[in-house]
Design a protein around this ligand. Structure first.
Ligand code: 4NP
Length: 164
């Protein structure tokens, strides 16, 4: 099992969208049994809350489930449990490193680093921009690229998906 954790600031806009979209892509690829997917925030303002209305509206429109998803904060143990921590922006990368410390084998990367030639380095925060469509388009592209990367790098093998 390969474990991926999406991380943003509040865990109500970007990282829940990424969690839901990536899970949908992974599931469609028949790899639900091979990759564990979760999300969290570096801040604690929205603990226990469902995704933001804007994120829910986008996901509803795409027919992508966010059932049962509630905001939680990153903890040191996330650096031990997950293989890959995917940050929405550079400030998240810094906050993640502070939260998980240095004694971890987890990889910490920016989500858009998986998109070759991406015009942006960071996924814009729709909590401030109000543009959930722009954020969805970037997350959608990056999700496809991330899945392709995990398969091409051999971190996830198609046969793993059949184990449940
Ligand atoms: P997110 O957006 O990090 O994409 O979930 C935010 C949500 C809430 C806040 C900031 C960003 N906030 O300051 O409450």
């Amino acid at each position: 099992m390969y474990r991926v954790l999406f991380v943003c600031l509040g865990n109500i806009c970007r990282s829940p969208m990424a969690e839901a979209v990536f899970r949908d892509r992974v599931s469609r690829a028949g790899l639900a049994g091979a990759i564990e997917i979760d999300s969290c925030g570096t801040g604690d303002w929205h603990l226990g809350k469902p995704p933001h209305e804007g994120t829910r509206s986008i996901l509803d429109g795409k027919g992508i489930s966010y059932e049962g998803m509630l905001a939680r904060r990153i903890g040191r143990e996330d650096g031990e449990r997950f293989d890959l921590l995917v940050a929405m922006d550079e400030s998240n990368v810094k906050a993640i490193r502070e939260a998980i410390g240095t004694r971890t084998r987890a990889e910490v990367v920016r989500f858009l680093s998986f998109v070759p030639g991406a015009a942006l380095a960071d996924v814009p925060d729709p909590y401030y921009t109000g543009d959930f469509d722009e954020t969805y388009e970037l997350i959608s592209e990056a999700s496809d690229r991330l899945l392709a990367h995990l398969l091409e790098s051999g971190k996830v093998r198609p046969a793993d998906g059949q184990q449940g």
